[in-house]
Design a protein around this ligand. Structure first.
Ligand code: HEC
Length: 144
């Protein structure tokens, strides 16, 4: 229960606080406008190259970043089965979904830095390296 409080309740409270103070201004796109629209990265995003080596250290860093910043919405297994996700529209995609796996690392990196709707942009929250380690980690989740 203690752990659950940390990973679910605290981020949820932070999100509510953000809404209260900013009137939702941090949301880059109006969620109502994008409901049902697939989220595609521009083709240039495919050229963004992962500068990190994919080894156990990167994966460990990625897991830490993911646990603190992403897990509350995307879930431990990356399937988006969380109480927060249930309230979001569009919902976070299951990272095991073929349409997720098919995309390039660059496209995934672009989405995390750009954001859409309630998936906020992490550009000013995490360093490039931290975002890349999260990309490596969620790709490991998508492979099971
Ligand atoms: C407040 C909840 C929330 C948090 C926290 C969050 N996400 Fe998301 N994420 C979403 C939602 C909602 C979507 C779906 C957005 C859409 O389709 O418009 C999404 C989509 C994504 C996608 C795109 C999936 C696709 O469609 O290809 C990636 C990648 C992603 N998130 C990674 C992350 C990472 C990495 C973190 C942590 C650094 C993170 N997210 C944190 C809610 C969240």
């Amino acid at each position: 229960m203690k752990r659950k409080f940390k990973i679910i309740v605290i981020p949820a409270l932070m999100l509510m606080g953000l809404f209260a103070f900013t009137d939702g201004d941090f949301v880059t796109t109006n969620p109502a406008e994008i409901a049902g629209e697939p989220w595609l990265a521009p083709s240039e995003a495919n050229d963004i190259q992962n500068p990190l080596e994919i080894d156990e250290y990167t994966l460990e860093d990625g897991m830490d970043i993911y646990s603190v910043n992403c897990l509350s919405c995307h879930g431990e297994k990356g399937d988006g089965d969380t109480p927060i996700a249930a309230a979001l529209d569009p919902k976070p995609k299951n990272f095991k979904d073929p349409s997720f796996i098919e995309q390039s690392d660059g496209a995934i990196y672009w989405k995390i830095t750009t954001g859409r709707g309630l998936m906020v942009s992490f550009k000013d929250v995490l360093s490039e390296e931290e975002i890349w380690s999260a990309v490596v980690y969620i790709k490991s989740l998508s492979k099971g």
